[in-house]
Design a protein around this ligand. Structure first.
Ligand SMILES: [Mn+2]
Length: 306
């Protein structure tokens, strides 16, 4: 393994839309690249390499008969993604993964976790908990299951990607931005004791307090992956997402989340998922995604990037 250099960024696209039934998130990686992710990071003095996309079948190529929608194909893509993710960490890079629907994170997180002997924590910034299993899911869509699978709960074909069993311990997971949780998913979250910060906590205590508290929850870890679903934002500012839900983070709150996480210097890898250009307005959601990644990576209103 080479020395890790956080200023060396590698980008990998995963244009997969098999984890849900709405089309469009397969174009997420293109939209985010078009919004100049690489150039923006280079302006912040990062050395950036774009590794291109992981090959992903389209729904038309994949059989429809599986009980869990597209399970075999999602698994195959995630296994390939995990392999690439592992290589990016082993190359000493800071990996940024572009989705695709959120099921890609079964591959990204399990891969970065498998690359290190230290435990990897996860901040899941999302309107949804993504903590269903094939047994609790009302829709059967895998993009509602990735976090559970990473925590070792769910279909073995998903849980065992990257490594056998859980890739992340439940005490090393925090969710921020929640506002839409299914009934049985709620029970599962309660049983596992994952820490949750819903929009209610953000409204009641303020986004800065919530983020500081969440960072403290993970302060025992050297490695933390941020899985950023654009639907954490309110659809009024981020309309181009896979599954919009009202009542999300404002533009300013989202920037503050990223700036505070940046100050903590804890993030070692990142997903940017669920951008859907078909539902978007002039690529504004992808542009916002790039702006927020810039805040996460050190862009400040005043002062040089640290
Ligand atoms: Mn999600």
């Amino acid at each position: 393994m080479s020395e890790s250099d956080p200023r060396n960024v590698q980008i990998l696209g995963v244009p997969m839309d098999l984890g849900q039934d709405r089309r469009g998130v397969d174009m997420g990686p293109s939209a985010i690249r078009y919004a100049q992710l690489k150039e923006v990071l280079e302006d912040l003095d990062y050395s950036v390499t774009d590794l291109g996309n992981v090959e992903t079948p389209i729904p038309e190529m994949v059989g429809k008969k599986e009980e869990v929608r597209h399970l075999g194909a999602v698994r195959d893509v995630c296994v390939a993604v995990a392999e690439r993710a592992r290589g990016m960490v082993e190359a000493g890079a800071f990996p940024i993964f572009l989705g695709g629907d959120h099921s890609v994170s079964i591959g990204t997180v399990s891969g970065v976790a498998a690359a290190s002997t230290e435990r990897t924590g996860v901040i899941w910034l999302d309107a949804h908990a993504d903590f269903n299993t094939d047994e609790t899911s009302p829709s059967g869509n895998i993009h509602g299951m990735p976090l559970a699978a990473l925590a070792g709960v769910g279909h073995p074909d998903l849980v065992d990607i990257g490594a056998l069993g859980a890739s992340v311990s439940t005490e090393d997971i925090v969710l921020i931005g929640l506002r839409s949780v299914d009934l049985r998913e709620r029970e599962l979250l309660r049983e596992t004791g994952v820490r949750l910060y819903t929009m209610k906590e953000i409204d009641a205590y303020g986004v800065a307090n919530v983020v500081r508290r969440a960072l403290k929850d993970l302060s025992h870890l050297e490695r933390v992956h941020l899985s950023f679903d654009l639907d954490a934002l309110d659809p009024s500012v981020a309309p181009g997402v896979g599954t919009p839900v009202r009542g999300g983070l404002t533009y300013r709150e989202a920037h503050l989340v990223m700036e505070l996480i940046n100050e903590s210097s804890t993030i070692t890898s990142l997903d940017v998922v669920e951008v859907n250009p078909i539902l978007d307005n002039q690529n504004g959601t992808a542009e916002l995604a790039v702006e927020l990644v810039a805040s996460l990576m050190g862009r400040q209103i005043i002062g040089l990037p640290s």
